[in-house]
Write a new protein. Structure first.
Length: 197
């Protein structure tokens, strides 16, 4: 029996990781920080920044001498703010320059990683033939890669309808990328086995 293609896919998703860059507005002595603070790792021969691992909020921050910081591991922008503020409070007593009297957290989101489900079955070989923006090399990786121009993002597509979206800078872009993907793939998607009557 031929399975009819799905008319309407309603993707579900959740944010797994937000990468953001910010500034602590101080100059840091990374050697001194690594010596004085137990949560900081610094191996300059491997990487020019120090790594600060926070348990609460769960995140990692790359700290650079010029006070620039990259925060990764947070799942919301609120947690990014908390992580950068906590990092500032931890390292500012060891700053090489006087810390600002009033520190305001500022950051730019660089990338959001979201995992999602389309709740359909995908034939990745067929999709590769239908769309030039989809790459699929199953001997190298089990997922196909869909590159979208608007919003600029990359999506990993799996046969079971699971998807990983990267490259978006806002949650609105994540929703749009998944909606565009769902619309694009709907004519070539089949209901999952458990959804079939």
């Amino acid at each position: 029996m031929k399975i009819l293609a799905v008319n309407n896919i309603k993707p579900k998703y959740r944010i797994e990781n937000i990468v953001a860059s910010g500034e602590l507005k101080i100059e840091l002595d990374l050697y001194s920080l690594a010596y004085k603070l137990k949560d900081i790792e610094y191996e300059p021969e491997q990487f020019p920044g120090a790594i600060l691992k926070l348990k609460e909020p769960k995140s990692s921050l790359l700290l650079f001498k010029n006070g620039k910081v990259i925060c990764t591991g947070a799942k919301t922008e609120e947690l990014i703010k908390k992580a950068i503020l906590k990092a500032f409070k931890l390292v500012s007593p060891y700053s090489k320059t006087p810390p600002p009297k009033r520190f305001v957290v500022s950051y730019d989101v660089q990338n959001i990683v979201a995992s999602g489900e389309l709740n359909v079955s995908l034939d990745l070989y067929t999709l590769t033939q239908k769309f030039k923006q989809i790459e699929y090399e199953p001997e190298q990786f089990p997922g196909a890669i869909l590159k979208l121009k608007e919003p600029k993002s990359s999506l990993l597509l799996f046969k079971n309808g699971k998807v990983i979206c990267t490259g978006c800078k806002t949650e609105t872009e994540v929703k749009k990328a998944l909606a565009v993907t769902a619309k694009l793939l709907a004519p070539y998607a089949d209901p999952l086995e458990e959804n079939k009557e």
